[in-house]
Design a protein. Sequence first.
Length: 187
Amino acid sequence: MKQSIDFDTERLRLRRWREEDREPLAAMNADPEVMRYFPAPQSREASDRSFDTWQRDFDQRGWSNWAVELKAGGGFIGFVGLTVPWRTLPFTPCVEIGWRLARAHWRHGYASEAARAALQVGFTELRLDEIVSFTALINLPSRAVMERIGMADAHEDFDHPALADGHRLQRHCLYRLSRQRWAEEAG
């Protein structure tokens, strides 16, 4: 089993998952507003499968989607992380950065704060050459986070293969950030 990479930001702790995170993760994934840019809210079983997958990633690589908690007061607020998409997409293989926060924790800058720290881990500790992010074209909140953390629209829009033709979320945009550009902007 690999040593997990856990880290803090000014306000947040990003850490490996614990069993007690299953319930709040499932509640967040079942919230229709949180899942509005996904085909549907997740069932408890689907949420548990995600949890188990991320735990295996930590066992094998030491990183994945990290559980995020507030340093002041603790408690699970969502996840932010780096993952390797299992689905074949026009730009794979790659490492993707993503996030999902419980609704009560929106509009506090937590997603951007945690994502910036995850990028730093990806580029400095993991020595990744590039990190990508993608979402439905209409997901303006996530696109705004991508831009706030320094990612650029690659202008490589694509149809997500898991979504039927004509689905409102089918068309996706791709954002990219290279280690070189990240270092230039960070330094």
